[in-house]
Design a binder for this molecule. Structure first.
Ligand SMILES: [Zn+2]
Length: 387
């Protein structure tokens, strides 16, 4: 009985996913997508860190490789919280620029020479690469996220007593609801747009989990919104204590506001530019990480999203991308380019073989998506990512 119930649930889920009022096998989920975006040539994107394929800032070699191996676009990490890998007037400039030159300008010039589109990848909020004095000042000015112990939050997880369980030095995050932080992050996006990139790519455009930010200003904002004082803060909104829909929605609204404000500001100077985001694939991201990316797709706010469907296992990839067909078919403007993970970090860094990479790409192609994004191009993955 239990088994039957589960099968019925799966059948219903599939019927919903594929948009058909039937539980029959559907040979061509891709047909629905083809009707949606007829005749669109496949787009092949790849993420790269600021220093390119050889990690030495050789953008001529990187762009040449991309052209020779059939890539259409590259998404280049050019700024993080409190730091830029180009001559920025908004945030501190990384010492790497002294050694390797202005990596944004070099990448734009080389990519355009080879006909590759370049998207500036911006990591929002995270300060773990920012200079020490920047981080110290952000803490002093009350601009960073507070954790459950009501102290500046460091690391991806904090125990209830405030102990840091894992993480790294200075891994503080800027509070996403603080307008000073929003303004600075938007100014960096606008600055990069004015330097000639073809697109802007939002990354970490979310919270780090469903805890926080509990800073004194977020408390004030919540009290103003609900009209009630919260002497037991942050227990009144901490998901480990109780689930508060108003609070969770305030977090998601803050993130969506930053996306919309960025687009509005940038369009004033670059109406032609593309906007995209790296997003988490799970069904509950709008709550857990406050990332309402499916709404962004349906409303056509972005040009494309790259769900981070990285996995070693092809079965896992299939399970992750099939539900995205539903979102894609309801999104008239925004394209979805699922990702193929090539390199996996950890104690033992591993890289997929070229055959595995092709196999995973073929699963995405079969499902009907008009492109895919590979993670990540560097000296260790370039052989597996070659044609
Ligand atoms: Zn806050």
């Amino acid at each position: 009985m239990k088994k039957l119930t589960m099968m019925a649930a799966v059948a219903c889920a599939l019927a919903g996913t594929l948009g058909a009022a039937t539980t029959e096998d559907c040979w061509y989920p891709c047909a629905k997508m083809a009707n949606h975006w007829p005749g669109e040539p496949e787009r092949r994107l790849v993420w790269s860190l600021e220093s390119g394929i050889d990690e030495k800032g050789d953008w001529e070699a990187t762009a040449k490789y991309l052209k020779e191996n059939g890539y259409t676009d590259v998404i280049v990490r050019l700024a993080r919280g409190g730091i830029a890998f180009y001559e920025s007037k908004v945030v501190p400039v990384s010492p790497l620029v002294k050694e390797q030159g202005d990596l944004l300008r070099k990448a734009v010039a080389a990519c355009h020479k080879y006909g590759i589109k370049i998207h500036a990848w911006k990591v929002f909020w995270r300060l773990n690469m920012a200079p020490q004095d920047y981080v110290d000042k952000a803490i002093k000015d009350g601009r960073v996220m507070y954790g459950r112990s009501m102290t500046p939050f460091c690391s991806v997880w904090q125990a209830p007593d405030g102990t840091v369980l894992k993480g790294e030095k200075n891994d503080y995050w800027l509070c996403p609801q603080d307008k000073r932080n929003q303004d600075e992050e938007i100014a960096v996006m606008k600055e990069m747009a004015e330097l000639g990139v073809d697109g802007l790519h939002f990354d970490y455009i979310r919270y780090n989990a469903w805890y926080g930010c509990y800073c004194p200003n977020c408390k004030k904002r919540y009290e103003a919104k609900t009209g009630r004082a919260c002497p037991d803060w942050p227990k009144s909104v901490d998901p480990m204590e109780r689930l508060d829909a108003t609070w969770l929605k305030m977090r998601a609204d803050a993130i969506t506001t930053v996306v919309k404000r960025t687009i509005e500001e940038v369009r004033k100077v670059r109406p032609d530019i593309e906007f995209s985001a790296a997003v988490f694939p799970a069904a509950d991201e709008h709550v857990y990480h406050a990332q309402e990316w499916r709404t962004w797709c349906r409303e056509g706010i972005l040009d494309f999203v790259c769900p981070m469907s990285y996995c070693r296992d092809r079965e896992e990839l299939r399970m992750q991308i099939v539900p995205m067909i539903h979102t894609a078919s309801e999104s008239p403007k925004t394209r979805i380019y699922p990702s193929v993970g090539v390199s996996f970090s950890g104690a033992k860094r591993t890289v997929k073989t070229a055959e595995e990479v092709r196999d995973h790409a073929s699963i995405i192609r079969w499902a009907g998506f008009p492109g895919m994004c590979y993670y990540i191009l560097d000296s260790k993955t370039k052989a597996a990512l070659a044609k």
